[in-house]
Design a protein around this ligand. Structure first.
Ligand code: SF4
Length: 209
């Protein structure tokens, strides 16, 4: 798969308590291709990270090192406390994940994801951010109205608003994933077949070309 984000393989094989059955990375994967979530959770398949994913993780670590020394100017903020690699979970949502960075301010919390890409923000990344927003609100009991995606190659942050509609859709995704995992039925392959070309699960899918 194309993305090489921090929480997708940072704890490979780690078993979460049953109530925390889903991870934020599942949200991103599910929007990308539902089969990936099926492979992870129903067949317990965890292919070794690709070279691109390992490189992406190293780049994340270098960015975090630099971020410690930077001001919040890239985010247009004058104040805020940064928390790195925030491990978040919410029993109520049955969801957990590790967020690259959170900016905690007196009246808001702002999740930040580092991305090793210059591309526009894709839908699967958008809903990943919304899922982080839900978790950050639970943890800090403060509203999340926006998130940032920090593009590592562009050295620039893009703001993403967290709308009521996006929240509702993210809850629907969580419910749809639970239905899938309960049914144990293998979903159809993604209709965006170009995604299969660099998917690490490609060898398990015999019906795509
Ligand atoms: S190869 Fe294609 S259909 Fe199979 S899991 Fe990957 S993206 Fe989905």
């Amino acid at each position: 798969m194309a993305s090489a984000d921090s929480d997708r393989y940072d704890h490979p094989g780690e078993r979460l308590p049953a109530v925390l059955g889903l991870r934020v990375s599942d949200v991103r994967q599910f929007v990308y291709c539902q089969r990936i979530v099926y492979y992870h959770h129903c067949l317990d398949l965890h292919p070794a990270p690709t070279y691109k994913m390992v490189e992406g993780k190293l780049e994340h670590e270098r960015t975090e090192d630099l971020e410690h020394r930077r001001s919040l100017k890239a985010y247009g903020l004058a104040d805020g406390e940064r928390v790195f690699n925030a491990r978040l979970s919410a029993e109520r949502l049955g969801l957990s994940g590790t967020l690259d960075m959170v900016i905690v301010r007196p009246y808001e919390v702002i999740p930040v994801e580092f991305k090793n890409t210059e591309d526009r923000i894709r839908l699967n990344h958008k809903y990943q951010l919304v899922a982080y927003a839900l978790l950050a609100e639970e943890r800090w009991q403060r509203p999340v109205r926006r998130c940032f995606v920090y593009s590592i190659p562009r050295k620039a942050a893009v703001e993403v608003g967290i709308t009521p509609g996006a929240r509702r859709y993210t809850h629907r995704l969580l419910n749809a994933m639970r239905s899938l995992l309960n049914s144990q039925g293998m979903p159809e392959p993604t209709r965006q077949r170009q995604r299969c070309q660099e998917c690490e699960f490609r060898r398990f899918c015999n019906d795509v070309w």
